[in-house]
Design a protein around this ligand. Structure first.
Ligand SMILES: Nc1ncnc2c1ncn2[C@@H]1O[C@H](COP(=O)(O)OP(=O)(O)OP(=O)(O)O)[C@@H](O)[C@H]1O
Length: 218
């Protein structure tokens, strides 16, 4: 689904990574590991074309993405194409980027902008998928900022799942969750029929869910 060839990223002439080659296979889970600061998050921002909004960066190489049986180079997209592709390549940050809205509207806003059908049912289904529905069913119209860190993390995961991405990029998705919830989320992710790449510091998580694992090192 994604083939990365000789990728090199620099910020202000400082090389973050170079000669990076990896593949994210369709309908598989590919884990990315590596020490803090090696460039894992930046790699995901290259794949979903968000890197273009960073200051003073330089990116070269190829990120080939399979679309309708053809491969397109994500480095060559114009702004409109990048925005379009971001509807199917969805990045879930390790820092919940919630909107100043209710829990429900945090999902409904995206359901509307993506013109989803059966919005209400799909919103409830997404909340159930991340084991959040029972915790929030009575406060759906209260501010999302009242949720705990772990609940906020599951809400942004629900938002991504709601949009049925073709490629889901998960950055430490269970970092704020307890062990039992993490395991439930891992099982749920394994049962999704989508292509996933996941950054994780947890060896047990990688052993449990990843089909492939890359370790980034200097
Ligand atoms: N916009 C930016 N401008 C300059 N430097 C940046 C920018 N974004 C990230 N960096 C630097 O790039 C390097 C890689 O950062 P990145 O967040 O991708 O690492 P990471 O492997 O995801 O780290 P962690 O595991 O701690 O989240 C770091 O040294 C970081 O300070």
């Amino acid at each position: 689904m994604v083939i990365i060839k000789n990728l090199k990223l620099e910020f202000s002439n400082r090389v973050i990574f170079e000669n990076l080659n990896l593949e994210i296979k369709e309908n598989k889970i590919t884990a990315i590991q590596g020490p803090s600061g090696i460039g894992k998050t930046s790699l995901f921002l290259c794949i979903n074309s968000m890197i273009r909004y960073e200051d003073d960066y330089k990116l070269s190489g190829e990120i080939l993405y399979k679309k309708n049986d053809n491969y397109i180079d994500l480095l060559k997209l114009d702004e409109n194409q990048a925005q379009d592709l971001r509807k199917e390549i969805i990045y879930v940050s390790q820092h919940p980027d919630l909107l100043p809205m209710s829990i429900y509207d945090n999902l409904n806003f995206f359901a509307k902008t993506h013109k989803l059908e059966n919005k209400h049912e799909r919103i409830l289904e997404a909340l159930k998928q991340v084991y959040l529905y029972d915790e929030v069913k009575d406060i759906l119209h209260k501010s999302a900022f009242n949720l705990s860190g772990g609940q906020q993390q599951r809400l942004i995961l629900a938002r991504a799942l709601l949009l049925k991405p073709k490629l889901l990029l998960l950055d430490e998705p269970t970092a704020s969750l307890n062990e039992s919830l993490s395991q439930k989320i891992e099982e749920m992710l394994k049962n999704q029929n989508i292509t996933i790449s996941i950054i994780s510091h947890f060896k047990s998580q990688i052993n449990n869910i990843a089909d492939f694992c890359y370790f980034l090192e200097e």
